[in-house]
Ligand binder design. Sequence first.
Ligand SMILES: *Cc1c(COP(=O)(O)O)cnc(C)c1O
Length: 449
Amino acid sequence: MKNNGWARRDLAALWHPCTQMKDHEQFPPIPIKRAQGVWLEDYDGKRYLDAISSWWVNLFGHCNPRINAALREQLDRLEHVLLAGFTHEPAILLAERLIQLAPKGLARCFYADSGSAAMEIAMKMSYHYWRNLGRANKTRFITLANGYHGETLGALSVGNVALYKETYAPLLMPAISVASPDCFYREPGESCAEYSRRMFIPMEQALEKHAAETCAVIVEPLVQCAGGMRMYDPVYLALLREACDRHGVHLIADEVAVGFGRTGKMFACEHAAIAPDFLCLGKGLTGGYLPLSAVLTTDEIYQAFYGGYATLRAFLHSHSYTGNALACRAALAALDIFEQDKVLENNQMLARAMHDVSARFTHHLHVAEVRQTGMILAIEMTKDKASRTPYPWQERRGLTAARHALSQGVLLRPLGDVIYFMPPYVITAEEIAHMAETARQGIILATRD
Ligand SMILES: *Cc1c(COP(=O)(O)O)cnc(C)c1O
């Protein structure tokens, strides 16, 4: 069967994520037959460069031979066993390695199956920790404007991207939202570090006002990804760590998107030399193979739950597939690649290549900013460059650029009018050049009047 046939059957049976299904009347979904490295191939034989790592999950290419081999071996030994009362080698080895890799002080690993679930867990653990200490009045969370933490009701409550949140507002718990250090809004001549430092004032004020009733501050370190790849300076994280300690409030770092080398270091918190109280990991954890997430936390927090059964202090949260053996094995194989291939060092060259091919975008009349943190590069289109006036969202300019790129065999998936690259780490310099040239043509098309 060709693309057409599969698309027809799909549209008769499926309901796709994050999609107005009517859009598919014009643009049917693309059925992918196979994939290799950064390339996807459809049933008509057309190839697409996966410039966004299949929604930020893929690290080392599709059908990576080493991850495939590790999974095959695991498959013939143990596919899954419940993680309550039982354990297995991949879950143990992975927990040990994550603890060893993570910022110092994180000593316990709790598994889940999605980034959203990891957020729910961190929030419940933080609240429960304070409750176990006799501080049940701590029930609130402080979050950043434009943040994103997933789609389940708890995660949605602490996110602030209106497009995903507004409809469900009546179902959500109220969170305390603080202005973002998002450097897109810095003054001309002001450095990102200066702006991030200045934007810490509202956070300090919120902590002063609400610390007694607050469990934790939740942030995406350095890059607010779903919020349009908006970026801020590490100084903000350093200030936040100090202030959380001073006010007796936990710090939850949501590294679901930025973890595993995306920002240039293994974890984004390392840029500020801080350790959060909860580190949430997902997406790239398994190299993009299987759904797995993890929450790392401190021994101090773990100990607050430890006691005789009758004390009723235990964390009784679970998911059916917690610590799935295949998923943990894929994650171990991905971590092996990080070690054996000196991935973070090599990525510096790739990040430089991404920078070099995108620098000239800055001169475009409708490109307000080209920004980059490590392996994430974003190009923001605006109607007016100087005032940074956005295009009316109904015009869907980003979609026009993406449509063009797709026709040229590059998969981009802009966030509104922000086009970004977040490719797998096996991309080559030539592929980066091709990706950027295609994006450039797309931007020219999308910004024509
Ligand atoms: C994607 C994402 C999540 C949610 O992860 P899912 O696996 O999609 O539930 C949470 N936080 C951040 C920062 C994300 O980018």
